[in-house]
Design a protein around this ligand. Structure first.
Ligand SMILES: [Cu+2]
Length: 118
């Protein structure tokens, strides 16, 4: 017991270092602000036939976004950020989270692997 408790601070600090090292790597993956252009992303959980139109409606309700199309089977969304506009990913996600909450049934409109469309 004495040995184990003396190792605890070491283990705790190693865990802390690992967590701190992991944060920037995941934060760098997606941009914080989207510039004009077309993007694609995966949607975490589309749970019913109404999800696609709700996602579309939610995203097109944002002034800077248009040309939204949702593929329910592939669980992907494609959209465009309008010319001379920008979109904060956090704002977009916030709107989608609220929509998913309204949908219920385990819907989760978290955008994954958000990137420019090719
Ligand atoms: Cu749904």
């Amino acid at each position: 017991m004495r040995i184990r408790s003396s190792l605890l601070p070491l283990v705790a600090s190693l865990v802390l270092v690992a967590v701190i090292a992991a944060i920037p790597a995941s934060a760098q993956k997606a941009p914080d602000v989207l510039k004009p252009g077309e993007y694609t992303a995966s949607v975490k959980a589309i749970v019913c036939g109404g999800c696609a139109s709700l996602i579309k409606q939610t995203m097109q309700g944002m002034k800077s976004i248009d040309a939204v199309s949702v593929d329910s089977a592939k669980k992907t969304v494609q959209f465009a950020v309008k010319k001379d506009a920008t979109v904060k990913v956090a704002d977009l996600q916030k709107a989608l989270d609220a929509a998913a909450k309204n949908m219920g049934m385990g819907a989760d409109y978290t955008l994954v692997d958000l990137k420019p469309a090719r």
